[in-house]
Design a protein around this ligand. Structure first.
Ligand SMILES: [Zn+2]
Length: 314
């Protein structure tokens, strides 16, 4: 079984024109490390996102995931309070909740809320879990420009703990956004202050891989989703395999989660979901870092078992 713990469905209707234009820096960054798509492929993807509506993209998403052999995936809205889009954040979250309800065997939805929305956002969060059946909270400190350890946002963590759902934080730089907000070290304090709260550090967060691993190996309430690792895999396969294999030998091996971070577009821009599944599944038999033996059972847990336990599916 394969569970993809980090996915998106983006359209202009929920993200607005501004967000997609602002993603330009991503292309430059990927180009620099040699894994970028061509300008044509990138523009093609933006066009696909701009012309499709959510229901259409949802159908493409299900198709892409199923072709890649992904049985279940966690999906969420990225809410950025300053952005203008046709659908507001409540409607967008409602759509994701309904998408998960309509495909309950395949899709799990987390609420995506910019915590700058304060008390109003907290109410929406509570409603999304209690009434709409959402299973967690996604926060994006980078895009929303906040530090996770800022005490004004602690009510969100307290609420998640009360509702018994995990909080997933984006970590690591993206495009032209101010990278300081995405440093995982600020999440360590939250994990210490809320030892009962399950916290997922999203992405391998290069250039802070060591920081992420240090947090996740020391704190039993923290998890790491490996989405974004595709770039490391493409550019430095030896470091990619070594990092992942060492993680599977560490106390964090029960808390590492397979994830893609892909948008559900047919047009995937550097490693397809299918290839990513194959690469990570084949970890134990890779010729890289053959000096670090890995138990297949730990790989299976990475692909699905750890996510199942975290989400209470077993
Ligand atoms: Zn993401």
């Amino acid at each position: 079984m394969v569970i993809d713990f980090h996915t998106h469905i983006f359209t202009v209707s929920i993200m607005g024109e501004g967000f997609l234009k602002g993603s330009e820096g991503i292309l430059e960054g990927l180009d620099f490390v040699g894994v970028g798509p061509t300008r044509e492929a990138w523009d093609g993807m933006l066009k696909e996102l701009g012309s499709a509506d959510l229901d259409q993209m949802g159908a493409v998403y299900l198709q892409t995931k199923s072709e890649a052999g992904i049985d279940k995936s966690v999906v969420f809205h990225v809410d950025i309070a300053g952005l203008q889009a046709d659908m507001n954040y409540v409607e967008a979250n409602r759509w994701f909740a309904k998408f998960a309800q309509d495909h309950s065997d395949r899709v799990i939805a987390f609420a995506g809320i910019d915590p700058h929305r304060g008390k109003e956002g907290l109410k929406v969060f509570e409603k999304s879990v209690k009434e709409w059946g959402m299973k967690g909270l996604k926060l994006h400190p980078l895009a929303c420009e906040f530090f996770p350890n800022d005490k004004q946002f602690y009510p969100y963590y307290a609420k998640a703990m009360g509702l018994g759902v995990p909080v997933l934080f984006h970590t690591g730089p993206v495009g032209h956004m101010k990278m300081n907000y995405s440093n995982p070290v600020f999440i360590d304090e939250v994990a210490a202050d809320f030892p009962e709260l399950k916290i997922i550090l999203a992405h391998i967060a290069d250039p802070w891989i060591k920081e992420s691993i240090s947090i996740v190996t020391r704190r039993a309430n923290t998890y790491l989703d490996i989405s974004g690792g595709q770039i490391l895999f493409r550019t430095e396969p030896d470091r990619f395999y070594r990092t992942l294999k060492l993680l599977l030998r560490s106390p964090a091996r029960k808390r590492v989660l397979f994830a893609t971070d892909t948008l559900g577009t047919a047009n995937s821009f550097f490693v397809s979901d299918a290839e990513w599944v194959r690469v990570v599944k084949g970890l134990a038999s890779s010729r890289y870092s053959a000096d670090i033996p890995v138990d297949q059972n730990d790989v299976d847990n990475l692909m699905a078992g750890n996510a199942k336990r975290l989400l209470g599916l077993i």
